[in-house]
Design a protein. Sequence first.
Length: 583
Amino acid sequence: MAAKARKAERPRQAAGRAPSGAGDRPKRRLWVWGLAALGALWLTLEVYGPALRGPFLFDDLYLPFTRPGLAEAPLRYWLGQIRPVLMLSYWVNFRLWGLNPYPYHLLNILFHFTAAVFVFLAAEKLPAISGEQAGRRRLFAGFAAGLFLWHPLQTESVAYVASRSEALSGMFFYAALALFLRRRSAAISWPEAAWVLLAYGAAVLTKEHTAVLAGLLLLTDYFWNPGFSLRGVRQNWRLYAPLALGAAAAGRFVWNVLRSSDSAGFGIREFTWQQYFLTQCRALWLYMRMFLAPYGQNLDHDFAISRRPDAWALLGLAGLALAAGAAIHWRKRYPLAAYGWLAALLALAPTSSVVPLLDPVAERRMYLALPWLALVLIEPLRRWRTGTPRLAAALCLVLLLAGGLSWRRNHVWSDPIELWRDAAAKSPRKQRPHFQLAYAYYQEGRCREALPHYARAAELGPADYRLLADWALACDCAGRPEEALEKLRAAAALENTAHAHALMGMIHGKHGRPEEALRELAIAEKLDPRFEMTYVYRGNVLLAAGEARAAAGQYRRALQINPRNEAARRGLAQAESGAGGAR
């Protein structure tokens, strides 16, 4: 009996035992995925390599870590700003690496790469893709993620430190979507809903436009759970009930941001919301064209506002309505294309519909929409009757082309002069590119080359205080002090500031006119005793006159206001050295 029991036990043990090598298969698969991720990361660093080594550009120079007061503030103050999660990322950068731009760029790229990983995880679980054979499923999901990762339209969102809000909010956005799509059952559980809501909240607290994810989740449930019905929405009440409860708070938060912003919201004076909507009916087609054929990229598009219902705006509106109608009508025949098109329009709605933004076109607004447009391309590829190797070769060719174009565009982003020269050439009748190109030349010490662009900027738009002040500095740098003083007097006539009078004092002092210099600096101090450069310039004048001890006192006053003022530090060291020599 014992022998029979042992014989009967053997088959059960054999059936339960894993086949030889089967236990190693998950480990081998993990190694393959790890190598694939490392390869993709290496390619991403190569594609964005030129911009990775670039300096801070344009609005980067006005981010919180460049402000003396906020830079030294405790973490709770940073988190009290608009977009606290974004501010937290800048705080980490600043605390660890100061003002070295390389880590800021690197973190942007890592956020973007992580977002692409979540795009892959989400796309792989879309039923229209997950129903394919394993090899083709991963190819299509990888194509969507790769196009999102390396498309040249993404360069502004990744290469530009001030656009970190796109990459970081996108990372949380796609994380929430991946968690939603990869839930264990059709009806989401409470823990799964909590994770989705956590990622969603982080996205909204990074940038407000990601609130549109709620609509995308509803669209996803309608299309795929189980398919073209509201049953999935009812099943996932554990997620949608908290979303509905938070909608009022989210709406108030977004409204406060729009109300306080000088570049977004219904308080913009340059155009009305109706004019902005008509403009976006044309702009959306520009985005679609740049997705398919990414030429003519520009940091500062010169895109005309539709002041009335002109033919192109109405044609654009009709085209969008027809395309949306076609997607709804043929949603069952071409589900992936229909879902992708509607999801792309939904993702663009916060920035490209009725809420006015000061810049009618900006390439960074495509960040959330780009993966969904990739799904539109995948729809016909799913129906291509060809072998997996040929399909893989075709998709890799497209991704290599996109990466090459992105690498080329990143070269433009690697240098401020090249970036603004490109923008000025493509928007020759817009003031800002010429203004910024002039400033970039000035920053590089190429002051004579800056002057004609300042003059051109003054021709193309009003010569405001900032333009005149910067123009004056370039004139002084180019050896034209009288022109510089003339520009500063014009600036002071517009805004009588300590800054303008301090600059006039600085120029007088440099050219051996101490009495005029001290007079202007006294005016500057009276207008704003907290303007630190007044004391730096006065210290320079006194030091040139041989009054080292008095100069040292002025430098110390500047450092009391801003301990990070390098000009004051250098001046103080020189003044103390001179005072010591006098004793």
